[in-house]
Design a protein around this ligand. Structure first.
Ligand SMILES: [Zn+2]
Length: 324
């Protein structure tokens, strides 16, 4: 019996146990005041391994957190989220989730929901450009700020590695007093006025599932992929002040006249906020020196540490310029 109890205790965090034990102690002893020196000594004292804990106390997770500034400045979330979100680094568990996940959006949302600190806000409700900024921050604190990507010089044709410092990405923030929904229109042909909103992570999860489902059902159809129109449908809130349901939005978007459709699409694309994913660096070919365009894509090699191991020196790498 005694052995069983010990066995169970061994799997409990000793710190948590100590707290529980204190709360049942009665009456409470008046706390002894610690001097400033004692407080500092306690905080900096090396923690001894506790062999009663599951890991022997040796591998307690290190919770270093960093603050991610949201490009939306929190203007779109009411009081649910401020202008920043606190994140901790990904661990092996989250890396395993990332490698097992099929839907990029839902997998990364689940990971970000685990790595956020001090907030109940569900990141599925984030606008996509805040989400991307948070993913880049997560990449920086988990794997470092150097991101290497391949790029080809348009002038000399040389393929080359480009090292990007993710901490120096250019960001466009939402302006003061920006509100959703925002107006697009009147459209050039119909004169319709659309009220629109930004895509949330939950929109992308839904669209990804619908497109995947469509591809499974129509493996040979390369002409009618619904992704383009689904994005347009999800962004519309009202047409001429009237709220449309999902089916009505679908019909409305599908039947838009070409000029109206491209006007809406272009105006929507104009509203760019967040991290600039396209940037330029200088071609490594000595005789060339042209601008090489690169893209930051949160794909396979994004969540991976990329040490500066290619030929160029650090000082040359630091000359990488961001999109102008
Ligand atoms: Zn070149």
């Amino acid at each position: 019996m005694a052995e069983n109890t010990t066995g169970r205790i061994a799997r409990v965090n000793p710190a948590a146990q100590a707290r529980q034990a204190q709360t049942t102690k009665a009456p409470a002893q008046p706390k002894k005041e610690l001097s400033q020196e004692q407080i500092i000594a306690n905080a900096t004292a090396p923690k001894q391994n506790d062999f009663r804990s599951a890991t022997g106390g040796a591998y307690e997770p290190v919770l270093i957190t960093e603050t991610c500034h949201l490009p939306s400045r929190g203007l779109l979330y009411g009081s649910a989220l401020g202008d920043t979100i606190e994140l901790r680094a990904m661990t092996t568990i989250e890396e395993r989730m990332r490698l097992s996940g099929e839907n990029f959006w839902s997998t990364m949302a689940a990971i970000l929901n685990r790595c956020k600190v001090n907030t109940d806000f569900d990141v599925k409700n984030m606008v996509d450009f805040d989400f991307f900024a948070a993913l880049v921050k997560l990449r920086i604190i988990s794997y470092g700020n150097n991101y290497r990507t391949r790029s080809k010089c348009f002038v000399c044709g040389k393929e080359q590695d480009v090292n990007v410092n993710l901490d120096e990405c250019r960001v466009t923030e939402l302006p003061d007093n920006f509100e959703e929904p925002f107006v697009i229109g009147p459209l050039p042909i119909s004169g319709d006025v659309l009220e629109c909103r930004f895509m949330r992570v939950f929109d992308h999860i839904d669209i990804y599932e619908k497109v995947t489902d469509w591809k499974r059902k129509h493996p040979k159809d390369t002409l009618n992929n619904p992704e383009y129109t689904l994005l347009m449908e999800h962004a519309i809130v009202t047409v001429n002040g009237v709220n449309l349901n999902e089916f009505q939005k679908k019909k409305y978007v599908e039947n838009m006249v070409g000029a109206d459709s491209s006007y809406y699409h272009d105006e929507y694309q104009e509203l760019f906020y967040g991290l600039h994913r396209i940037g330029t660096s200088t071609c490594e070919e000595t005789d060339c020196g042209s601008a090489v365009i690169y893209e930051i894509a949160p794909s396979e090699n994004f969540f991976r540490a990329t040490p500066l191991t290619n030929k160029r020196s650090k000082s040359e790498n630091s000359e990488v310029q961001q999109d102008s």
